[in-house]
Design a protein around this ligand. Structure first.
Ligand SMILES: [Zn+2]
Length: 430
């Protein structure tokens, strides 16, 4: 069924559909959770290492395909390796789509991503139990390579589909071993020549709703199991290079040193101070020191700043203040400084119409559902440029995320299933 586009790529708009396997009794949320839990888990750390296009990724993708087959859903992979499971016509218009991702950060938690996918299958089962008949095609997705743990760029699958990442730029991505993204996809049995924007498919989507574990404690503080996302904070990464003079740690007088570690240290403190003042966040989480000897004054300290804030203006103010502090500190120590912005994602305001609709559906009989912003990026943020999107959050009692301690209580997960089923019923069945 897949044709060739003028540039020779395989058109992803009409991929081959896997024949619907005979349906057996689908797993419920708890059983699905238990079958997914061991896949890609590191037995020493207890965290997950489900990196794009690895064996662990293949295992979770097989799991997804199995869940689709158990329910007799039409299964397909789009041109960018994103997985889709369809109830109704995959070629139909006004599709309502839900899902998330199954990959992880290094030693990630069990919930970031998988909660949205497992909840999606469970919500679909709930709709069927209610006897709700979708009037629109309904799909569950697993977006490929959301965390960017292997190739350094987040949301590769959704970026490609939305046209926010070109094929050329994707082909230039390399992992730590020098393996390119197309080579990794090929090794996983996928044709990388087909990747690229998939407007024909996304134009048929009327709404994408992603349920996600909250990556903070806002819902824990309000005492609600489920919330609605208002926006994703603008965020960026900046590389700071402080260049001084390598010298002997034992024989060089303090007064004679040009030590780049000192302005670096001052900048870390400035980042914390400026972020606190602006109610933003700023983090130096990665550091590279040259030559990196215990008995050597460094010649270079390279630190990466990650900063996020509620709005663009605040973020600009924070980063400018941190940069000024870094320059002042560098000047005092006779050290040179260069700053490069390596990536930036503008604010994502989820559409008010869809967000308010979710609020109306979930409020019924349960009081107002909290509406909260998040500092974390998501496929839903990428897709919001081309498709109406919304997000639901499930309470995370400690707020820990991207770590093995990430958690949501089972009762809250079930509340998430009900909330998502309510939303899908409203969007697809009425
Ligand atoms: Zn996620």
């Amino acid at each position: 069924m897949s044709g060739r586009t003028p540039d020779g790529a395989t058109a992803g708009a009409e991929p081959a559909l896997a024949p619907a396997a005979p349906s057996r009794t689908p797993d419920d949320f708890d059983r699905m959770w238990d079958t997914l839990a061991p896949l890609g888990r590191d037995k020493d750390s207890g965290g997950y290492r489900r990196f794009a296009w690895t064996d662990a990724d293949r295992d979770v993708r097989d799991w997804f395909r199995g869940q689709a087959a158990d329910r007799g859903l039409a299964y397909e992979e789009d041109r960018n390796g994103n997985q889709w499971a369809w109830l109704g016509d995959p070629g139909g218009r006004d599709a309502v789509v839900t899902g998330s991702h199954l990959d992880s950060v290094p030693d990630g938690g069990a919930f970031d991503g998988p909660l949205g996918v497992v909840t999606a299958f469970a919500a679909l089962d709930a709709l069927r139990e209610r006897g709700a008949a979708p009037r629109k095609p309904l799909a569950i997705t697993n977006f490929a390579d959301e965390e960017g743990a292997r190739f350094g760029l987040a949301c590769v699958g959704s970026r490609l589909s939305a046209g926010a990442l070109t094929k050329e730029a994707a082909f230039a991505l390399r992992d730590a071993d020098g393996v390119s993204l197309p080579r990794a996809m090929e090794r996983a049995g996928f044709d990388p020549d087909a990747i690229g924007a998939d407007h024909a498919r996304l134009d048929r989507v009327s709404a994408y709703v992603e349920l996600h574990v909250e990556q903070g404690r806002a819902l824990d503080l309000t005492g609600d199991p489920v919330g609605i996302a208002s926006a994703i904070w603008p965020h960026g990464r900046w590389r700071f290079d402080w260049r001084g003079e390598a010298n002997h740690a034992g024989t060089t007088r303090l007064a004679d040193r040009r030590d780049p570690m000192l302005p670096y240290a001052e900048t870390v403190l400035a980042a914390r101070r400026e972020a606190a003042l602006a109610r933003a966040v700023a983090t130096f989480g990665k550091l590279h020191v040259v030559p990196g000897g215990v008995n050597a004054i460094p010649s270079l300290v390279r630190g990466w700043l990650d900063s996020r804030a509620a709005d663009q203006e605040t973020l600009d103010t924070v980063v400018t203040a941190i940069e000024e502090a870094a320059r002042d500190a560098a000047a005092r120590e006779g050290v040179d400084l260069s700053v490069v912005r390596e990536s930036f994602t503008p604010v994502v305001e989820f559409g008010h119409a869809l967000r308010e609709e979710l609020g109306r559906v979930l409020r019924t009989g349960k009081g107002e559902v909290p509406v909260l912003p998040t500092g974390a990026g998501h496929d839903a943020g990428i897709l919001s440029a081309v498709v109406p999107t919304a997000m639901l959050f499930v309470r995370n009692p400690t707020g820990v995320s991207h770590a093995p301690a990430e958690h949501a209580e089972r009762a809250d997960c079930h509340a998430g299933v009900t909330a998502l089923a309510d939303v899908l019923e409203e969007l697809a069945c009425r």
